[in-house]
Design a protein around this ligand. Structure first.
Ligand SMILES: NC(=O)c1ccc[n+]([C@@H]2O[C@H](COP(=O)([O-])OP(=O)(O)OC[C@H]3O[C@@H](n4cnc5c(N)ncnc54)[C@H](O)[C@@H]3O)[C@@H](O)[C@H]2O)c1
Length: 254
């Protein structure tokens, strides 16, 4: 049983983060749901509790170092224990044509998708170091490991940065018993991918399925299961790796 273990997940009101919160909750972890979406975050907290699990919700914007640090420290203090796991999941994928890219648009995506992940890890690392154990998962993308994505160069750059973040942190934190890994989802049915403004939209997703060896886009719980595995004892010798979970699209598209 993991009933004394705590995990914090950013952006867990909807999508991949929400499914991850649910799977950790079902596995007996105390789940700290965080998001800028208050209603959705409270809903998944309530769902975990009504399923017999343990959870709490905190409003948390990953662009604020102060908020990230405050939430992590106050939860650790109130429970009298460090986090056993942290999932840096919050992300945005805004469509910005190259010719319209400004410093502000570039910096905003980097701030959420890359620096936001770093902020969470910086906050949880001291407690994990004291405990000499911990597992961190950073959500990247096949747009960070493999593909270029037109009109999304800032997203490509941020998600590639996450792969480097994972490698470097694995070196810095490994001697403290802390493992750091990345997850690179392919095409997953969430609000991000279903946006016709910023991403593929429902029709584009169905079309993408034609190129995916498994013949369909992924579901959020299929990411969640891998994230929870990466935080389990079964993955005790896994660190510094970004694992692509994409139904085979990066090996099958030619
Ligand atoms: N859906 C896909 O196909 C796909 C593919 C590759 C990678 N990803 C990545 O997976 C992660 C989860 O995305 P998703 O697909 O579930 O999308 P989603 O839009 O459903 O969820 C993103 C979550 O991040 C939160 N968020 C956004 N800005 C935030 C901020 N400043 N502070 C805190 N939270 C913030 C949102 O409120 C939301 O809860 C993201 O990092 C995304 O880039 C998704």
């Amino acid at each position: 049983m993991n009933d004394n273990k705590m995990v914090i997940i950013t952006g867990s009101g909807i999508g991949i983060g929400r499914s991850t919160a649910k799977v950790f909750g079902d596995a007996g972890w105390h789940v700290v749901v965080t998001d800028i979406l208050e209603k959705e975050g409270q809903e998944i907290r309530d769902e975990i509790i009504s399923n017999g699990g343990s959870a709490e919700f905190h409003l948390l914007d990953v662009t604020s170092s102060a908020e990230v640090t405050n939430v992590v420290q106050s939860v650790e203090e109130s429970h009298g224990q460090p986090f056993s796991a942290a999932v840096a999941n919050a992300g945005i994928a805004h469509k910005v044509p190259f010719d319209e890219m400004t410093d502000e648009k570039w910096a905003h995506t980097l701030d959420v998708d890359l620096t936001g992940e770093f902020r969470l890890i910086r906050a949880v690392a001291p407690g994990m170091k004291k405990a000499k154990t911990g597992s961190i998962v950073c959500v990247s993308s096949v747009m960070g490991t493999t593909y270029g994505w037109h009109d999304h160069i800032q997203y490509n750059a941020a998600k590639s940065g996450v792969v480097g973040l994972v490698r470097g942190l694995a070196c810095d934190l490994g001697s403290h018993g802390i493992r750091v890994n990345g997850l690179a989802p392919g095409f997953i049915r969430t609000a991000q991918a279903l946006s016709t403004v910023h991403s593929l939209g429902p029709e584009g997703l169905e079309k993408a399925a034609e190129y995916i060896p498994l013949g369909r886009v992924g579901e959020p719980d299929e990411m969640a299961d891998v994230i929870v595995f990466m935080c389990s004892a079964g993955a005790r010798y896994l660190t510094g790796q970004t694992i692509i979970v994409d139904g085979g699209v990066t090996v099958g598209r030619y």
